[in-house]
Design a protein around this ligand. Structure first.
Ligand SMILES: [Zn+2]
Length: 457
């Protein structure tokens, strides 16, 4: 086997094994974008195949088949592919496009012992459940960077336990990911009142607000000021929006191209190579590069699509966190308030298999604590000075309360409580007059309380 695993990938695999030993049948492994989940599930599949098991690996996009297939080949695992244009074969490991598999279900005569589900946050959709319910007794292994559905519902219907890999901040500390500098200039677009459908803003409505020359022009100015000539990926709301943004970049002398769902595979590869080589500075996309897109050379993400989906946000910014030579930090230019909505890419997340929607309806999601520097627009966690330009930060009243801490709050509470107690203990007018004297209140205060109590009796 020639797959080289990183220490945390070994660790994840041994934790998965432990969870199966403890009785899990369908664990969901959470690995941040860029942590190499394809390598991990390829190694698991290789191990299962070596013990004579049948493994079915489900992916939901064609380009993910190529990735998985290449990693399996690297691990020396002979495998077949179930996708349009590939002949059926009988190897014990099969990589399947979920759409093709759903169409061919009735013609498949073998049963997998293990079903691996890549990008497992999609696994509750109709095509997936058809494939999964065909083999209810197979063990499952889900892998995802964001174990929530786009609509916020949990994945507890498909998986029975969570195995958490390293966090983004641990991967940054280990130099497996690049730290990010985030700029969040006040959005020029009017995003108030955007409506959501299935847990996210309606793309056409978001596009209408974002696809305006003044908004695009502002984003390009910030790009030229903050990261001119750096390789960037721009995330737009719609194909038409991407076309306008692409045109505007080129008109301003920045070499840009669009990379869309309809872009043929060979042209995609060509564009990615051009970006890596510096022949292009900017790739403009909608969501084709959100998942399964590898371009470590990309140094900046420009966010022009407001999203309520934490998963989509993390997938997008995750594209530029991959380390590469000469890249000391990734830049994220957020023009749509996503950082304020979802927090920093390396914030610790409290993942769960439960429906987040239910929880957030009651409690509301915790608002991330993000400050924006008034001078350079850097977004940072509350700190006395801007970490980018050193400007002293003006703290909001809420942040001052948070910074000076619970202690002061508690102290105030304790004083208030003890005061209520000594007023409560003062039974007679004479005792109330004594409390008033001790606190420097007027005698009238004692009379008012005494009268109020007499009236109540
Ligand atoms: Zn600053």
């Amino acid at each position: 086997m020639s797959l080289t695993l990183r220490p945390y990938q070994h660790q994840a695999i041994s934790e998965l094994r432990a969870s199966y030993r403890e009785g899990a049948r369908a664990p969901l492994l959470v690995l941040p974008t860029g942590a190499g989940k394809t390598v991990v599930f390829s190694a698991v599949s290789a191990g299962a195949a070596a013990r004579g098991r049948h493994v079915l690996i489900l992916v939901h996009r064609r380009e993910l088949i190529t990735q998985a297939s290449a990693k399996l080949a690297g691990a020396g695992v002979d495998h077949g592919i179930i996708a349009a244009g590939f002949p059926a074969s009988d190897q014990p490991v099969q990589v399947a496009s979920v759409q093709t598999l759903a169409r061919r279900l009735s013609s498949i005569s073998w049963s997998p012992d293990l079903i691996v589900i890549d990008e497992a946050h999609h696994a509750v959709a109709g095509t997936w459940s058809a494939a999964l319910s065909r083999w209810p007794n197979a063990y499952r292994l889900g892998v995802t960077a964001t174990p929530v559905r786009q609509d916020g519902r949990g994945l507890g219907a498909v998986f029975d336990s969570l195995v958490l890999g390293p966090s983004v901040s641990e991967l940054i500390a280990g130099t497996f990911l690049t730290p990010a500098r985030i700029y969040a200039p006040p959005p020029i677009a009017d995003l108030a009142g955007l409506k959501a459908r299935a847990g996210d803003y309606r793309p056409e409505e978001a596009a209408e607000r974002m696809d305006r020359p003044i908004v695009t022009g502002d984003a390009i100015s910030h790009y030229q000021r903050l990261c001119n000539h750096k390789r960037a990926i721009v995330f737009c709301c719609s194909t038409q929006h991407a076309d306008s943004v692409n045109t505007a970049f080129n008109q301003r002398g920045v070499r840009a191209a669009t990379l869309l769902g309809t872009t043929p595979a060979d042209q995609r590869d060509h564009l990615v190579r051009q970006l890596a080589a510096g022949e292009l500075s900017v790739l403009v996309t909608v969501d084709v590069v959100s998942e399964g897109f590898d371009c470590p050379a990309a140094e900046a993400a420009i966010l022009l699509r407001p999203t309520q989906s934490l998963g989509l946000y993390l997938q997008q910014v995750g594209r530029v966190l991959r380390p590469a030579d000469g890249k000391d930090a990734a830049l994220i230019l957020d023009h749509v308030g996503n950082v304020h909505r979802h927090g920093f890419p390396d914030d610790l997340r409290d993942w769960s298999l439960d429906d987040r929607l239910k929880r957030s309806r009651n409690a509301g999601p915790p608002a991330p604590c993000v400050r924006t520097c008034e001078v350079c627009f850097a977004a940072f966690a509350p700190a006395p000075i801007c970490p980018c330009c050193g400007t002293p930060a003006k703290l909001s009243a809420r942040e001052i309360r948070q910074r000076d801490g619970e202690l002061q709050e508690l102290a105030r509470d304790a004083v208030a409580r003890s005061r209520r107690r000594d007023v409560g203990r003062a039974r007679t007018l004479a005792e109330l007059l004594m409390v008033a004297k001790n606190r420097g209140y007027s005698p009238g205060w004692a009379y008012r309380i005494h009268n109020a109590r007499s009236n109540r009796r």
